[in-house]
Design a protein around this ligand. Structure first.
Ligand code: ADP
Length: 221
């Protein structure tokens, strides 16, 4: 099975992905994380992505596909996986179909209002050392500005800065939002209200997945 999480930046795809990984045992694959990891490790694909990241636009399809293909080829993806951040345009949806088209697929549109996502993005803080994620409103560290896990000073992700957020939202509306109708037309889309807490968002997703997985797709492809 393949679970695809669609949704604007800040809608909570990452938090949902993490919860679903725990609940299903499927790996949660964030292409944003794969890209940032490749940049950090200075791999050839990372070097190609570096100048394109952090500006609010998309990284070129070929670079992202290179990273995704490698990730999907690992054995932990055999029974199923959760995609967060891929596909991000119609071309990538077609590519995914070619790459791994036989798998049953389910798509959740993690849908939050624009004022909600902008607030979440501007209040997100990350630990540059252990990558823990905090939020100055909803998930504050015990000591302000300091990571609970490793004690490093928290920072803001470059593309979470107020001047980059409008460009990310424009990119989302122009490139990614058309995927909502694409998957709705295929009958695989479920719209999820993501304006509330993470628990409220995950509950209906979990209910849909439980129904599907108990029908016997777990363990199959
Ligand atoms: P968000 O969804 O909150 O914008 P991500 O961590 O998913 O954050 O992605 C960060 C950046 O990585 C994106 O703004 C984009 O530049 C790049 N990126 C991630 N996934 C893709 C993709 N599938 N195609 C192209 N670029 C991508």
């Amino acid at each position: 099975m393949r679970v695809i999480l669609l949704g604007a930046p800040g809608s909570g795809k990452g938090s949902v992905g993490e919860r679903l990984r725990e609940a299903t045992g499927f790996p949660w694959i964030s292409t944003g994380d794969l890209l940032r990891e490749a940049v950090r490790d200075r791999t050839p694909l990372g070097l190609r992505a570096e100048s394109q990241l952090g500006k609010g636009g998309l990284v070129d399809d070929e670079t992202v596909l290179g990273l995704l293909r490698e990730r999907l080829s690992r054995p932990d993806c055999r029974d199923g996986y959760i995609l967060d951040g891929y596909p991000r345009n119609l071309e990538q949806a077609a590519t995914l179909e070619k790459l791994d088209g036989d798998r049953p697929e389910i798509v959740f549109d993690i849908d939050a209002r624009e004022d909600v996502v902008v607030r979440r993005l501007s209040s997100r803080r990350i630990c540059p050392s252990c990558e823990a994620i905090y939020n100055t409103i909803s998930k504050r560290p015990k000591k302000e500005g300091v990571c609970d896990v490793c004690g490093a000073a928290l920072v803001q992700r470059t593309d979470d800065r107020a001047e980059i957020i409008p460009e990310r939202m424009r990119t989302y509306r122009a490139k990614t939002e058309p995927l909502v109708s694409h998957y709705a037309a295929r009958g695989t889309l479920h719209r999820i209200d993501a304006n509330g807490t993470i628990e409220e968002t995950v509950r209906p997703i979990q209910a849909v997945l439980d129904g599907l997985l108990t029908k016997g797709s777990r363990g199959g492809r």
